[in-house]
Design a protein around this ligand. Structure first.
Ligand code: ARG
Ligand code: MN
Ligand code: MN
Ligand code: MN
Length: 299
């Protein structure tokens, strides 16, 4: 199989409920068949088991242990797919799951003596640690843990630490950061393309530079796409909507450029919240973006 779908129906990293239904919404939008129609073989592995909220501590930080267990299982499943030359499409679920999926990709590349490049499409930087967070929500922390910061239960899921080096990470679409996050990005020298960069330079230029960053000195790229990257007028069904996001057209162009590059090893599609959606518009839009990332062409 060329693509393997892995669902992670988890909202333990968020305070608002509902992103645990994201995998169902994407399956209702027929994501597997849409990819099959591109001529790729697709397997749907079903979901990673996620504990119910009633089984875990009620404080956001108290849920780190449960999230780490889900992430470890996801890391193993992601690594298994990548090792077999199959591209995992990880459907969330809140963004904390990416500590597991990216760790899985990083682990396989480490076996080959290589490092992973990471593109983080998001309105948010998700680079808080348990010490800097203002909300306690773990979905605001995955990048910090992939860089080796924060709580060891989340930062040591890959066979290499850090799972990702700061020089191999790029952000695209940022528009809502906490002060501590701005400080961390500056301190680590992370390449970050904000909405201002996209407005001033255009998505084509931003993507060309971003692809250089994540491919330089790496063995392949993990793409992590938070649905709140897209403007909430077009994608209202997301965990934490922020006005002023990219248009559907800009998002498609970014996915098409990723497909052109042929370097994508794994993809996360996270933070779809059907509770806030208009019908299933956001999952359908996300499914179309996935199709572009996997090679759909207009002509
Ligand atoms: N920065 C905020 C926090 O730390 C928002 C994070 C939102 N993250 C997300 N994956 N939607 O809680
Ligand atoms: Mn976000
Ligand atoms: Mn380098
Ligand atoms: Mn995010």
């Amino acid at each position: 199989d060329a693509v393997r779908i892995i669902g992670v129906p988890m909202d333990l990293g968020a305070s608002r409920r509902g992103v645990d239904m994201g995998p169902s919404a994407m399956r209702l939008a027929d994501v597997a068949d849409v990819i099959r129609r591109l001529g790729l073989s697709v397997t749907d592995e079903g979901n990673v088991r996620v504990p119910d909220r009633s089984e875990v501590p009620s404080s956001p930080l108290g849920r780190i242990g449960a999230i780490a267990l889900v992430a470890a299982e996801l890391a193993a499943r992601t690594a298994n797919a990548v090792r077999h030359g199959t591209c995992p499409l990880v459907i969330g679920g809140d963004h904390s799951l990416s500590v597991g999926s990216v760790a899985g990709t990083a682990t396989v590349l480490a076996e080959r003596g290589e490092r992973v490049g990471l593109i983080w499409f998001d309105a948010h930087a998700d680079i808080n640690t348990p010490d800097t967070t203002l909300t306690g929500n773990v979905h605001g922390m995955p990048v910090a843990h992939l860089l080796g910061l924060g709580d060891e239960r989340l930062s040591r899921l890959a066979s290499v630490t850090p799972a990702v080096r700061a020089e191999h990470l790029v952000y695209i679409g940022l528009r809502d950061l906490d002060e501590a996050e701005k400080h961390t990005i500056a301190q680590l020298g992370i390449r970050a393309f904000t909405m201002r960069d996209i407005d001033e330079r255009g998505m084509r230029n931003v993507m060309d530079e971003a692809m250089q960053v994540v491919t330089h000195g790496t063995g392949g790229v993990h793409v992590s796409l938070d649905a709140d990257f897209i403007d909430p007028r077009e994608a209202p069904g997301v965990g934490t909507p922020v006005r002023g996001g990219v248009s559907l057209r800009e998002a498609h162009l970014a996915m098409e450029i990723i497909n052109d590059s042929r370097v994508m090893l794994a993809m996360d599609l996270v933070e779809i919240n059907p509770i806030l959606d208009r019908a299933n518009a956001t999952a359908e839009l996300a499914t179309d973006l996935v199709a572009s990332a996997f090679g759909r062409r207009i002509l």
